[in-house]
Design a binder for this molecule. Structure first.
Ligand SMILES: Cc1cc2nc3c(=O)[nH]c(=O)nc-3n(C[C@H](O)[C@H](O)[C@H](O)COP(=O)(O)OP(=O)(O)OC[C@H]3O[C@@H](n4cnc5c(N)ncnc54)[C@H](O)[C@@H]3O)c2cc1C
Length: 383
């Protein structure tokens, strides 16, 4: 990891620059603020514009085609984009967790092929972990990888695969060897699977509101060359779990509904129906989560342990944004407002809030992880 370049003043200047850019884009009609824009707002041109500004692949080292900037700088950029409801879904997964995994576990060829393209906002990825019978209990994945000449043949079904109908490739977790006596986490491996490979079928799963971001992806004897194995065969569990601190800790875990809150504060006849203590309650939770999430970014920057705090951000953050969606809709329903933009954002907030606490690992599971993690820290004398 390269030294960070973002002291407090530099971060403030960067925040201003990002805000200015976003405002310009919004005023020019380049985007309409969206709730949950990191999952719903797919706009490849916008991603490329961010790439051209140097705001993607920020924490990828320069020698791998990134910008060698700090996790704190990346944090500032992503936070501003989410607050504005900007369309960031196309590059989100690639920038957030595929890039750090490739930096850590990828081969030179994989890094050269993908990292510069991710930093330009031109390479889009999905995550193939969940299966029809393996969600919380991920170690029970049934997708099989069988050794064949020159590579692996993969067969199985992945589900809830966000963005797979538009992405170029996805990381697939598969069982490459039977469980050993050593444990159920053995024998799992990760593969880079190109979504246009023969044998891959992507079928849509439509959400309640008719939108399409989920998919079922079936893999029928898909050939994956040795060059597309990620990391080490058999090390998949360790690799997947080491990605989770990137997946769970960011501001997208509490800001999904922020554009609706922002809009509500601009609509006079609704604000008067929002109780002061209600607004204050939500703002204080959001500010606390900002500090917690920023602290994780500091730890990522320093290479310090971040798993437990990242899990806490996800658990507390997604409850907060879900509560916020409910309360905003409640306050708005008490006023005779005619603001169609607010109504749209609130409706989207309500339909999507059910997924907040599920995606990235359910909150029930995360609470167990936090409890065990705290227990381990205490046993180890860590603070
Ligand atoms: C919006 C959204 C986007 C997603 N995107 C992706 C994606 O891109 N790629 C991907 O791979 N997956 C994705 N997922 C899937 C997500 O990771 C899973 O839904 C999640 O891990 C839960 O798995 P499951 O749905 O199989 O539920 P289950 O594991 O069957 O759980 C059902 C319920 O039982 C509870 N439960 C299960 N086990 C326990 C236990 N031991 N103790 C207490 N409670 C328990 C759970 O908390 C949950 O409430 C997405 C999900 C959503 C909602």
């Amino acid at each position: 990891m390269e030294a960070g370049t973002g002291g407090p003043e530099a971060l403030t200047a960067l925040r201003e620059e990002v805000r200015e850019f976003i405002e310009q884009q919004r005023v020019n009609g380049r985007f309409r603020p969206e709730v949950d824009s990191w999952l719903a707002g797919w706009d490849e041109e916008f991603s490329r514009a961010l790439g051209a500004k140097g705001w993607l692949g920020m924490s990828i080292p320069r020698e791998h085609g990134g910008h060698g900037r700090s996790y704190l700088e990346r944090y500032v950029v992503t936070e501003e984009l989410l607050c504005a409801g900007a369309p960031v879904a196309a590059h989100w997964i690639a920038d957030r967790q595929i890039a750090p995994a490739l930096v850590r576990f990828g081969t030179r060829e994989q890094r050269e092929e993908f990292l510069p393209a991710i930093a330009r906002g031109e390479s889009y990825w999905a995550i193939g972990m969940s299966e029809p019978d393996a969600g919380s209990d991920l170690a029970s994945v049934r997708t099989r990888a069988t050794r064949v000449e020159g590579g692996w043949q993969i067969t199985g079904t992945k589900v809830w695969t966000s963005g797979a109908h538009r992405a170029h490739a996805f990381f697939v977790l598969a069982r490459s060897a039977p469980r050993s006596d050593g444990g159920r986490h053995d024998g799992l491996s990760q593969f880079l699977v190109r979504l246009d490979a023969p044998g891959v079928t992507v079928s849509p799963i439509h959400s309640l509101d008719g939108s399409h971001h989920f998919n079922e992806v079936s893999l029928d004897a898909v050939f994956v060359p040795d060059g597309d194995v990620l990391g080490e065969i058999g090390n998949g569990w360790h690799q997947v779990t080491s990605e989770l601190k990137f997946e769970r800790s960011g501001p997208e875990r509490f800001l999904s509904v922020f554009p609706a809150l922002q809009r509500l504060t601009e609509v006079e006849e609704v604000v008067v129906h929002a109780p002061d203590d209600g607004l204050g309650h939500h703002f204080s939770r959001l500010v606390a989560l900002h500090h917690l999430s920023f602290d994780v970014a500091c730890r990522l920057q320093d290479g310090a342990p971040a798993e437990v705090l990242a899990t806490m951000v996800k658990e507390m953050g997604t409850r907060t944004e879900g509560d916020l969606a409910d309360d905003l809709a409640d306050w708005a329903s008490r006023s005779p407002h005619q603001d169609t933009e607010l109504a749209r954002l609130l409706a989207d907030g309500l339909t999507r809030r059910a997924g907040f606490t599920l995606r990235g690992g359910t909150n029930e599971i995360l609470r167990g992880l936090v409890a065990k993690g705290m227990d381990k820290q205490q046993a180890g004398g860590a603070t």
